[in-house]
Design a protein around this ligand. Structure first.
Ligand code: ADP
Length: 151
């Protein structure tokens, strides 16, 4: 069974993430969306909220699982027996950043990173832009799946 880990902060899940996950399930038997927990980072949404948004969005997609993890992504992949990491590429800056991480992960393990180019219509969306729109009372609902709502 081919499984891929899609790691990130998902603070919150956006239509960009949604696109990558939907396309990921056509390539893999299982896509495990893994929310990384970093105690030094301040998040807008709690871990429970971020997890719920993703679970709710993919409640009818049995190939999508949601987990949380701490520490190195490759260690977590090894622990749960996953051979692939899935990442989205939006622009050249993403590419440079992701290249360094993927090379490092290959030094540390045999885990391959698979990149999907983002869909043109969602490539400008980032969680940080969504958070900015929310903070400034803008209409964020066009940028996120319908399960993602500020309470
Ligand atoms: P991180 O904490 O790693 O920045 P994110 O939650 O922002 O986590 O992103 C997780 C993954 O989703 C990364 O591979 C990122 O490139 C991808 N991603 C983020 N925004 C988009 C988007 N608009 N379209 C496609 N992929 C995206």
């Amino acid at each position: 069974m081919k499984k891929a880990l899609f790691p990130g902060s998902f603070d919150p899940l956006t239509l960009g993430h949604y696109d990558i996950i939907k396309r990921g399930v056509t390539l893999f038997d299982e896509v495990i969306v893994a929310i990384g927990v970093n105690s030094d980072k301040k998040y807008m949404f709690s871990l429970e909220e971020r997890k719920e948004f993703i679970e709710d969005t993919f409640k009818d997609e049995p190939k999508v699982k949601v987990v949380t993890y701490k520490g190195l992504t490759v260690h977590f992949c090894q622990k749960i027996g996953v051979d692939f990491i899935l990442r989205g590429l939006r622009n050249p800056a993403d590419f440079e950043f992701e290249k360094a991480i993927a090379h490092t992960n290959r030094d540390l393990s045999t885990i391959e990173t698979v990149f999907l180019l983002t869909a043109a219509r969602t490539s400008y969306i980032s969680s940080s832009i969504v958070r900015d729109v929310i903070r400034n009372d803008g209409d964020y609902t066009k940028l996120v799946p319908s399960s993602v709502r500020v309470k």
